[in-house]
Design a protein around this ligand. Structure first.
Ligand code: PMP
Length: 368
């Protein structure tokens, strides 16, 4: 069999499963924004990616430092803005120190890789929630650790795994699960980790409304969601940050974060800490409540089960000018296809009303 034939076979199999994916190009500067669909899909929860202060900070930094970092951080890629942003992130997370990565994905790869290698020749036991983000799954694989996947949010299962562990253990969990929008029992996880002498790593990518990582937990975060920029970070005790700086391969062997992205994230943090930031968070909370009262995060899943139905409902919404992506395997387990509604502070009550009305018209029960 030739490589051409193998590749064609793989593509045909994807198509036959109804799982073909293609990129979507969205021009937000379109001449007539009123005709563009309203999207409920981005992670720009506070709309900071287009905030004038954030955009200006990126532009100014490009003028000062250039568009790219030109080298890895440990070579000549570091700029003042990286140091300033790390100090601000450490403060935001209430940790000793922080280290920037080029993406949140790489932050998860790096921290699990570094910690597992520090566990010694056997590597660590990484206990990972069944619904953790792909970057955690890949990080655990890359770390060559022993991986134990525990049932979603099952603290007793974690405790049993830790009790039986034959090597140093790490528990890793999303704080807010990216496809379900539900919350991890972080305090209970921290308690069992404390009791069993395990490390707790918490991915706070979607956790702007909480839950906060417990004291002592290692935090992974991203600049690409709430902060509207690009990049990721780890915030932790100084020793963990030094370990990542010295051994995390996804930090060492890649070009440092582009300075304009770092400047954008720093400016976004300043907005977040101002009265305007408080008002934006309140608006986000109110917007979520308009759609599903009391839901704990900006990610609202509408479970439909079936792939075809999910795709059809997504298309019907798009016909009404509402962009809500269908999420299918392999992103979620077969039979749990869904629409993933992401709410932002920038949505207007009118847009949210259109969304709930459209679900109603299509005959999908939007409430849990
Ligand atoms: N962790 C979680 C929970 C995520 O949802 C994502 C992004 N979808 C990431 C990490 C990766 O972050 P980034 O986009 O910055 O690579």
């Amino acid at each position: 069999m030739t490589w051409n034939a193998r590749i064609t076979d793989s593509l045909e199999a994807i198509e036959a499963r109804g799982q073909w994916r293609s990129v979507r190009t969205l021009d937000k500067s379109a001449a007539d924004p009123a005709r563009a669909p309203v999207e409920f899909a981005s992670n720009d929860y506070l709309g900071l990616s287009r905030h004038p202060k954030v955009v200006a900070a990126a532009r100014d930094e490009a003028g000062r430092s250039g568009t790219g970092a030109t080298a890895a951080r440990l070579i000549v890629g570091g700029r003042q803005v990286h140091d300033d942003l790390e100090a601000a992130l450490a403060q935001w997370c209430d940790r000793d120190a922080a280290l920037l990565f080029s993406t949140g994905y790489q932050a998860n790869l790096g921290v699990l890789d570094a910690l597992s290698r520090a566990a010694g020749p056997t590597g660590a036991l990484i206990c990972s929630d069944q619904l953790n983000h792909a970057s955690i799954i890949d990080g655990a694989r890359l770390a060559r650790a022993e991986v134990a996947v525990y049932p979603h949010c099952d603290v007793a299962a974690v405790d049993a795994l830790l009790a039986a562990a034959d090597r140093p253990a790490i528990v890793v969990s999303d704080a807010v699960f990216s496809m379900d929008g539900d919350l991890a029992p972080l305090d209970d996880l921290a308690a069992v980790c404390h009791q069993r002498d395990a490390l707790l790593v918490v991915d706070e990518a979607h956790a702007l409304l909480g839950p906060a990582a417990p004291a002592g937990a290692i935090i992974v975060g991203t600049l690409s969601k709430t902060l509207g920029a690009q990049g990721g970070f780890v915030a932790a005790d100084r020793a963990v940050i030094d370990l990542c700086t010295n051994t995390a391969r996804s930090f060492i062997f890649t070009t440092a974060l582009a300075p304009p992205s770092a400047a954008a994230a720093l400016a976004a943090l300043e907005v977040l800490h101002s009265d305007e930031g408080t008002a934006l968070i309140e608006r986000l909370r109110a917007n979520i409540d308009l759609v599903r009262r009391g839901h704990p995060s900006p990610i609202i899943p509408v479970l439909l089960g079936d792939e075809e139905r999910s795709m059809a409902v997504s298309r019907q919404l798009l016909d009404r000018g509402l962009l809500v992506p269908a999420i299918r395997p392999p992103t979620v387990a077969p039979g749990t296809c869904r629409l993933r509604v992401a709410i932002s502070a920038t949505h207007t009550p009118e847009q949210l009303g259109r969304l709930t009305d459209a679900f109603h018209e299509i005959g999908v029960d939007f409430d849990e």
